[in-house]
Design a protein around this ligand. Structure first.
Ligand SMILES: *Cc1c(COP(=O)(O)O)cnc(C)c1O
Length: 365
């Protein structure tokens, strides 16, 4: 640390220069994050100094968090769902597995999880000493339902299904998976970190949420398609009492116990997330999602004209292609199977897609 402080002016200029090294969102086609809605930014600033880790002191902000849980619970077909605002899908997934582990106490616990699962489960299994048993994928990069049952044994504590997979944007056969989990009395967690704020706004989308009877808990991230500021995810459980399994005493706080994984948590992004959802309403979210899906279709059509076929028809706004390289200046990502992956987030406008396709065309020429 420097002995004497730096001037504010020098510091801000240093920070601005450094920030200029970041990639502008206009060129980012690889991320599930996006520019937050201006309202989210405004509300985040307003609630910047609140700490949801000590809800007794910030009862107003804490009630906004519970309202966010209510809004999302109702959207995902469980009015009575319990939950709280996490730092994102990773924390939500960890919490789901913690609950499952406490519900079924066995000596060598394992979980059954699609091979396409997000890497957050690897962290969770490492922390919780769980064995992960991969469900192989079918031709559509979804969990192969015929290969689920044989993975289950007496030590299985949880099954996971994905609603909008991170890499291929597909939805696992969740109804069938839930039925299998239910028949064995196994906790069934749906990772809808991405799809949870996309699928409810697409006509004819497959069921994925608490409308499916066997679904025990869901991860859904407002900081992805909810256009909130980072960080805010939401962990929802059908039975609110399940959260109590995670309670530990919190001696010096205003409330005497807590079930969250993180301690101090800003209410900024949480209030912002609620504000955006209330501001948009179902209609606004539908318009947002329709736009992203239209752009996804346009991208797929465009890529196919250049001879780069889509790998699988996505069910959310994530498209993958058999295409060897991206034009210079664009940030796409690559799946573990070597496919080009593009996420058509709200900042990826129609013009962006057209500009990208033009550059792809120039490579082909
Ligand atoms: C993004 C994502 C996660 C992880 O969420 P973070 O907010 O990055 O912690 C988990 N699961 C799925 C399916 C995701 O798309």
């Amino acid at each position: 640390m420097r002995e004497t402080g730096c001037t504010e002016e020098d510091l801000l200029s240093f920070l601005a220069d450094t920030q200029a090294k970041d990639t502008p969102y206009d060129r980012i086609l690889s991320s599930m994050c996006t520019r937050p809605h201006p309202l989210a930014v405004r509300v985040h600033t307003m609630f910047m100094d609140t700490n949801l880790g000590d809800p007794g002191l910030f009862q107003g902000t804490a009630s906004l968090e519970q309202r966010l849980v209510k809004v999302l619970g109702m959207l995902l077909h469980c009015r009575e769902a319990g939950g709280y605002a996490t730092s994102g899908g990773t924390e939500s997934n960890i919490q789901a597995l913690r609950i499952a582990r406490k519900l079924r106490k066995v000596t060598n616990p394992n979980i059954i999880i699609p091979a396409s699962a997000h890497f957050s489960f690897e962290k969770a299994c490492d922390m919780l000493c769980l064995e992960a048993r991969d469900i192989p994928l079918d031709d559509h990069y979804r969990a192969d339902i015929d290969r689920v049952e044989r993975l289950i044994d007496q030590q299985t504590i949880c099954m996971v299904g994905i609603a909008g997979s991170t890499e291929y944007g597909v939805v696992d056969p969740l109804e069938e998976m839930a039925a299998i989990a239910d028949s064995h009395g196994i906790f069934f967690h749906v990772d809808a970190a991405f799809g949870g704020l996309v699928l409810p706004f697409i006509d004819g989308a497959p069921p994925f949420d608490f409308a499916i009877e066997g679904v025990s808990s869901i991860s859904v991230d407002p900081h992805k398609m909810g256009m909130s500021t980072i960080p805010v995810g939401c962990f929802l459980v059908r039975d609110p009492a399940a959260l109590g399994l995670l309670n530990i005493p919190t001696p010096y706080l205003t409330v005497k116990q807590g079930y969250t994984l993180s301690g101090t948590r800003s209410g900024g992004a949480v209030a912002g997330a609620l504000a955006v959802l209330e501001y948009f309403g179902r209609e606004g979210m539908k318009a947002l999602v329709s736009g992203c899906m239209r752009n996804t279709r346009r991208l797929i059509d465009g890529m196919e004209t250049f001879g780069y076929p889509v790998v699988v028809q996505p069910q959310v706004n994530v498209a993958t292609f058999r295409c060897p390289a991206a034009p210079a200046g664009w940030h796409v990502s690559w799946t573990r199977h070597g496919h080009m992956r593009i996420v058509c987030m709200p900042h990826v406008h129609r013009d962006t897609i057209e500009a990208f396709l033009k550059d792809i065309g120039d490579i082909c020429a």
